[in-house]
Design a binder for this molecule. Structure first.
Ligand code: ADP
Ligand code: ASP
Ligand code: MG
Length: 468
């Protein structure tokens, strides 16, 4: 069994879908399951549609017709004229349903994460229906399924948590036993029957759930770049595709911002040891990046550099923390109760301060929760008022080769220091596979490029030698 996932740019228009079809036509696998994202930009347009309707802006109707036209155009290009009536009718029905939902939001103020998830789910419902029909007309008979019938989640509508046992059970027992299945990514359903979504970029995760449940031999994720690059190619033009990564390296790079892979995707593959390859739909001859439990040994200690922007650094400090047990526990509990994700933790060795990194959007909420938790200690001046610094970025250097290898952190810190870049906080994972530093955002771009040149361009090492 081969599971393949094609992202938004890979189904952006009829031309891209044709390219996808030619990739599939080359495959010899007896059973395949293809997961597709919404057409490029469609999820953003759906969010905007929901927001316009929610704020009583009647121009949501215009956006709705633009969306409809975009999907109809793809059908007209992919399906012979005489065969278009059926699929066009189905797409029209889906749009009338979406129009009704939006009218409800517009008239009745039906504002809720549940309704928003329902609106966001239309992108994948539409793209999968069109791709399935396009396949039929290009010699690829298939069955279209609705991933909501197989992926069971909790009620966190916009970032739903998957019930793995129930999901795998449904996939193993109820998926049709045919050679080719087409399934929408991103969308799922809560136990009480409401549509949920798996978080932005979540179609990668959908594909890995299918791959794990069906014990696939391989998962292929097709996007618009030649695999996982040494760093974000939009931030450093010298970035290049990495040949092989371990699951852990890929997970760290993804978690710290390598958008090409949605971070939860790796976990379901690890237990079943299913390899994952990241490929480029628009350059299929390129090998891409292979991610597995046994990557080939690499001479590179550092495999990649990631960067997340829009972060905040929050510090709790004060003499009242020294030697008092439970301060960290109270801090993390206060943050966890607000469902805020922490990316980064450091504690000064004198215990006088704890610093955490979190998303900028959640900064104020975290300050309020922590201030409330420590109100008495702050009033007695045992603790200082909670401080919040923005805009910050986290830059992470990742590689299995860093384990037990002295000097890498030193190289990185002195490089940044020599270039006048102030490091606000530092953390190294206990596995020694990752070093992350927090910087002021305006410095982050330069820091990524400096580090990339230092660790990946032999030329810069040579020129250092030449200079010496
Ligand atoms: P898809 O829609 O196919 O899921 P995404 O937009 O989610 O694609 O991810 C692909 C994009 O990720 C690339 O176009 C690239 O700009 C960005 N990206 C960020 N960091 C990396 C990286 N380290 N390697 C490759 N691509 C990256
Ligand atoms: N369409 C969704 C998004 O844009 C899911 C995905 O593309 O993976 O976030
Ligand atoms: Mg993606």
């Amino acid at each position: 069994m081969l599971v393949l996932k094609f992202g938004g740019t890979s189904v952006a228009n009829a031309g891209a879908i044709r390219q996808l079809i030619s990739i599939l036509q080359e495959k010899q696998n007896p059973r395949m399951l293809v997961v597709v994202s919404a057409m490029s930009k469609v999820t953003d347009m759906l969010i905007s549609l929901y927001q316009k309707a929610a704020s009583h802006d009647v121009s949501y109707l215009e956006l709705l017709s633009q969306l409809e036209a975009k999907h109809m155009e793809a059908i007209e290009d992919l399906v012979p004229m005489s065969q278009q009536i059926d699929i066009k009718g189905r797409i029209k029905m889906i749009f009338r349903e979406l129009e009704d939902v939006c009218r409800g939001v517009y008239l009745l103020d039906e504002l809720s994460d549940s309704t928003k998830a329902r609106v966001m789910a239309y992108g994948e419902r539409l793209s999968s229906a069109i791709v399935s029909v396009a396949f039929q007309h290009h010699g690829l008979p298939n069955e279209l399924v609705d991933s909501r019938d197989y992926i069971v989640t909790d009620n966190t509508y916009l970032n739903a948590k998957v019930n793995l046992k129930a999901t795998y059970g449904l996939m193993q027992e109820q998926l049709p036993k045919v050679e080719l299945i087409v399934a929408p990514g991103f969308i799922s359903r809560s136990q009480d029957g409401k549509t949920t979504v798996l978080g932005r970029g979540g179609s990668d995760y959908t594909a890995s759930l299918y791959a794990a449940a069906l014990q696939a031999d391989l998962l292929e994720i097709w996007s618009d770049v030649d695999g996982m690059y040494t760093t974000d190619p939009r931030k450093a033009s010298a970035a290049y595709s990495i040949e092989e990564l371990s699951y852990e390296e890929a997970m760290e790079l993804a978690y710290f911002g390598a958008k090409v892979l949605y971070p939860p995707t790796i976990a379901p593959l690890v237990a079943a040891k299913i390899p994952l390859v990241l490929k480029n739909t628009f350059n299929p001859a390129h090998k891409g990046t292979l991610i597995s439990s046994t990557p080939a040994p690499s001479p590179q200690n550092v495999k990649g550099i990631s960067c997340i922007d829009h972060m905040a650094v929050l510090t709790v400090s004060g003499s009242g923390m020294v030697g008092v047990p439970g301060v960290a526990m109270r801090l993390f509990k206060a943050v966890a109760q607000e469902c805020i994700n922490i990316y980064f933790i450091t504690q000064s060795s004198s215990e006088q301060s704890i610093t955490i990194g979190l998303s900028e959007a959640e900064g104020e909420k975290a300050v309020q929760a922590i201030t409330q938790e420590f109100a008495d200690d702050i009033a007695q001046e045992l603790l200082n008022p909670v401080s919040l610094e923005t805009p910050m970025s986290i830059v992470a250097i990742v590689g299995n080769g860093m384990i037990k290898q002295p000097g890498i952190a030193g190289k990185a810190f002195s490089l940044l220091g020599d270039n006048g870049i102030n490091i606000r906080a530092i953390a190294q994972g206990a596995t020694e596979r990752i070093i992350s530093v927090v910087l002021n955002s305006p410095d982050a771009h330069r820091a990524v490029n400096l580090l990339h040149d230092r660790f990946f361009l032999p030329i810069s090492e040579d020129s250092e030698v030449a200079l010496a």
